[in-house]
Design a binder for this molecule. Structure first.
Ligand SMILES: [Zn+2]
Length: 206
């Protein structure tokens, strides 16, 4: 079923579009801050168009990642990029909630993009000079268990800071989530259960 959906989205949607915004709202267990991904492919003309798209969406934080077009496109926006179409992955929302502020951020970003592409009248409303994040690190669970976060999205953290801990099902602490470097919490898991190998915290560095 998943492969059928992927096939339909690839051919019925991505093949038809010129630009692509993939709107994500954090997974249901993520206390996630608002950011977007700019993916560099090595094709300078495409990369410039994608970068312009990223800047004009209007979010403050942009994660800069690189992708090899010869690789399998594991994400929807990458599938568009590998077809030569500028595409962004937008992250805004958290924990399955529908906060008005997050909804307005996404509406503003989509309107900004349409103004940038002359699909709407006016010029994009850009409130921030973007902050580019080039380094991100995941702290992953080494066991299944119950996660207790001690921090929240968007918080600046210092190397060595305790950000949360994992217990077994009897309450014994089995792992501490320690910040490996200074940075900002892009997201932290904020519902209790965790499987082995899942990210507990994603930290962006500058
Ligand atoms: Zn996502």
């Amino acid at each position: 079923m998943t492969e059928r959906i992927a096939y339909q989205v690839t051919h019925e949607v991505l093949d038809e579009c010129d630009f692509h915004l993939d709107l994500h709202c954090g997974d249901g267990n993520e206390d996630l801050m608002t950011y977007l991904y700019y993916t560099e492919t090595g094709d300078s003309e495409l990369d410039q168009k994608t970068k312009d798209l990223a800047k004009n969406f209007g979010f403050k934080f942009i994660i800069h990642v690189t992708a090899d077009p010869n690789e399998f496109a594991s994400m929807c926006a990458r599938a568009s990029l590998f077809k030569g179409k500028p595409a962004l992955t937008v992250e805004c929302g958290r924990l399955g909630r529908t906060d008005e502020e997050d909804i307005q951020s996404i509406i503003r970003g989509c309107s900004n993009t349409m103004k940038h592409l002359s699909m709407m009248a006016g010029s994009p409303e850009l409130k921030f000079e973007p902050v580019w994040i080039k380094k991100t690190t995941y702290i992953r669970s080494e066991n299944e268990g119950i996660f207790y976060p001690l921090a929240y999205r968007g918080r600046h953290v210092q190397q060595g800071e305790l950000l949360g801990y994992l217990t077994d099902f009897f309450g014994n602490i089995v792992q501490k989530a320690i910040a490996p470097h200074d940075g900002i919490i892009m997201y932290i898991i904020s519902t209790p259960p965790l499987s082995k190998g899942e990210p507990m915290v994603k930290i962006g560095g500058f």
